[in-house]
Design a protein around this ligand. Sequence first.
Ligand SMILES: [Zn+2]
Ligand SMILES: [Zn+2]
Length: 134
Amino acid sequence: MTAALTLCKCQSFRVEPGTLCAWCQLDKNGRRFGWERIDRDTCPRVLVGKSCLNYESPDSFGSCWCGSRLNDHGNHWRDSDGVEFIVWEPYGIDGDRLNVVLAAAAAEGLDVWIDHYSLWHHRTTGIRFTARTQ
Ligand SMILES: [Zn+2]
Ligand SMILES: [Zn+2]
């Protein structure tokens, strides 16, 4: 017998009593850093005022570098200073794929910071993108 599930505080998912759904837990983890999740889009291009290349034309779907396998559990956040950023949280980071992402981010004017944020899971590593400010 498993315990009866109850409705999460967000009213969207049923969870084990006393726990949160994955999204509410993610938001709680972000608040540890003073971060607020503002969107689910995961393309870092939005941080520099561009749209994802996947949606630029009917033929471009799949062409954007945000389609990297490193883009796992991505979310769009804002910190307590009002700075918006995107964090991808893969379980592991392949060097060749990382090189592709770093080159693309640099070309878009994005800074990259890799840290052990563990927003999604205690084993994920965060790749944080912010617009370069000089
Ligand atoms: Zn919830
Ligand atoms: Zn994109």
